[in-house]
Design a protein around this ligand. Structure first.
Ligand code: A3P
Length: 377
């Protein structure tokens, strides 16, 4: 009986050993390396995808940055996107306008006589005013000074010759021309009135002494580029024998705003002439342009964000769609020679009574002589 039990026990033991052996050998060692357990499989898969997602994210980020950079540099992107990182709101001048091209034929557009003329004054900031107005979508400007009314030869070519020099425009757009010499020319006010008695006129003025020096600097620059000598401003502006101001020296004469404006007012009522403060346009273009928009019956469109103050140029420049800005060329904002402070004082005294009469004539005052950063002394 006892031997029978032991035999049974041995039999069970062997069975359990066999089954245990089977358990350990059911999955051979070399196979467990290839097919992981359930838990390690999931860890493996998730770490595989985490690595892939991080790499994919990094690649997408690099591609997006590259796209924005290329778009900004290439100029195909709206300026706002390019400049959102800047603290000031950047607005680019619109690109949807007709661009002036000779003989360009565009449906529904044609060349029209100007609705408005910038009549002067030379060196008052006429180019800046014209270029800044060009930002407005409802404005088309003639890029060149046409000198139709002040040049007899041009005037004799007739009004169609003049019209052909105007930019293409749509019916709802205003056409603007500028020829700064019109302000001082004797024939021009009457001739302009003959063309259109209800035309709007813009006159931009500056501190008369500052303007005279700017006028002198321009002529000096041109002469020096031709290797020609130029007298000092002081000698041209003051007759050293008599000690009197030379009223017929052109740079001085053009600054006698009272005399020239009076001639214009013989042909046009004051309401048709808007005077732009050229000293203010330098620092606050938007403010001056807002007044011009009102005068011309334009919607208020031009914003501070359309301009960037260029530190090297020391003037405001116009923002471009590619995030850059475009300044006026080097003939605008050129350095001025140092002028003898006694001569500057003498000129300020000389202009004072003319300025007062001018203020009375146009019903407003200007802060002349200017002081601060751009004063002459
Ligand atoms: P300077 O070059 O003597 O500084 P105009 O276009 O009538 O000839 O006027 C030129 C003057 O415009 C310049 O004279 C300058 O003072 C003035 N001006 C005003 N705004 C300007 C701007 N944003 N950039 C350059 N010049 C500007």
């Amino acid at each position: 009986m006892q031997s029978h039990l032991i035999l049974d026990w041995k039999r069970e033991k062997i069975k359990s050993m066999v089954s245990n052996k089977n358990k350990h050998t059911a999955v051979p060692f070399y196979e467990t390396e290839k097919i992981p357990s359930k838990e390690s499989f999931f860890t493996y898969v998730s770490s595989y995808f985490t690595k892939r997602s991080i790499s994919a994210f990094v690649v997408i980020l690099i591609l997006a940055t590259a796209f924005v950079l290329v778009a900004c540099i290439g100029g195909n992107f709206q300026s706002k996107v390019c400049s959102d990182h800047k603290s000031v709101q950047f607005i680019a001048a619109p690109q949807n306008k007709l661009h002036y091209q000779k003989n360009l034929k565009i449906a529904h557009s044609k060349r029209r006589l100007p609705h408005c003329i910038i009549i002067g004054v030379r060196k008052g900031g006429t180019r800046a005013l014209l270029q800044f107005l060009k930002i407005h979508p409802d404005v088309q400007v003639a890029p060149d000074e046409i000198h139709f009314f002040d040049n007899n030869e041009n005037y004799s070519k007739g009004i169609d010759w003049y019209r052909r020099r105007m930019p293409q425009s749509f019916e709802e757009q205003l056409t603007i021309e500028k020829s700064p010499n019109y302000f001082v020319d004797w024939n021009t006010p009457f001739r302009v009135k003959m063309m259109n008695s209800s035309i709007k006129l813009l006159l931009i003025v500056k501190d008369p002494v500052y303007r005279a020096v700017s006028d002198y600097a321009q002529i000096k620059d041109v002469r020096e580029s031709k290797d020609l000598e130029m007298e000092d401003f002081e000698d041209l502006a003051i007759n050293m024998d008599t000690g009197r101001v030379r009223i017929n020296y052109k740079a001085i004469n053009r600054s006698l705003y009272y005399i020239h404006t009076k001639r214009w007012l013989k042909q046009f009522p004051l309401e048709q002439i808007h005077i732009v403060d050229g000293d203010n346009l330098v620092y606050h273009p938007k403010k001056e342009l807002e007044k011009v928009e009102t005068f011309l019956g334009l919607r208020h469109y031009i914003q501070e964000g359309h301009f960037t103050f260029d530190r090297d140029k020391r003037f405001f420049c116009i923002n471009k769609p590619n995030g850059a800005h475009k300044c006026l060329n080097r003939t605008k904002g050129r350095p001025h020679p140092k002028i003898d402070p006694d001569v500057v004082k003498q000129l300020n005294d000389f202009f004072e009574p003319y300025n007062k009469k001018f203020f009375q004539l146009v019903g407003r005052t200007f802060k002349w002589p200017i002081s601060g950063r751009r004063s002459i002394i």
